[in-house]
Design a protein around this ligand. Sequence first.
Ligand code: ASP
Ligand code: MG
Length: 288
Amino acid sequence: MSKVFKFGGASIKNPKAIYNLKEIVSSYKENIVIIVSAIDKTTNKLEHVWEVYVENKIDKAHEIAKEIIKFHESVVVDLKLNNNPKFLNLFNALSLELVEYIGSKTKQENNLSYSKIVSFGELWSTAIISYYLNQEGLENQWIDAREVVKTSNKHIDSKINWEETQRKINVDLRKDKTYVTQGFIGSNLDGETTTLGREGSDFSAAIFGWCMDAEEVVIWKDVDGLLNADPKRFNNTEILKNISFKEAIELSYLGASVIHPNTIKPLENKNISLSIRSFIQLDNPGSL
Ligand code: ASP
Ligand code: MG
């Protein structure tokens, strides 16, 4: 049985946060499929790259892309990954691919270029985390989620092809290994990069959990769990320690922004438990 952990952008926002992720993962003996979002606000920045790219402002797009790459390079140096040739091969190839993609702008369909450009956030973050964990003795394999998460042709807010995704995941992933892979991205049957909608990494965790019949899915967040009301509007809110799938779905549709609404249904279907836990307050059991 495996576990699926999802870490969002805030939980990996700097080297210290990535160290914290390592501490969390290494406190478990089980094999874990680790799903990671882009670092901090990288997706917003990449959306900006895409916006200027579709306006044909290629120089500007390059300029912003290079700033984002520079930021990631500073994380690489801080985590002492800059002496690892295998890592650098992967990381530099990704950065070069983005720069070249922007430079070779043809009349592309906008949704296709959107997913292509924003996907680099998750590709970089997972490359960094996978190699960092290996460096620290936490053996794992980096997976390109586009090889296994198969979607409809539509490039944005793509629908999951459950049958094909399950087949691929079960061929490529073993239950006795730890993996690091991207949330939010997939590919269509033509192999083109697709995305699952903003904040879609929670849903990715549910997809892997469902396909692998995971024992549980844990979403690590900067909140203590699901609250019974919006803390911005009510005092004395309380953590919901145990809540049914049905109530969780209702809450997420009513606007509780803690989890992506698509996340719950697949887990409910297979009765896979879902926890929302704080990556800061590790003693806190969170919401189940
Ligand atoms: N990085 C993507 C976004 O910011 C996906 C996610 O964070 O879940 O929307
Ligand atoms: Mg994100």
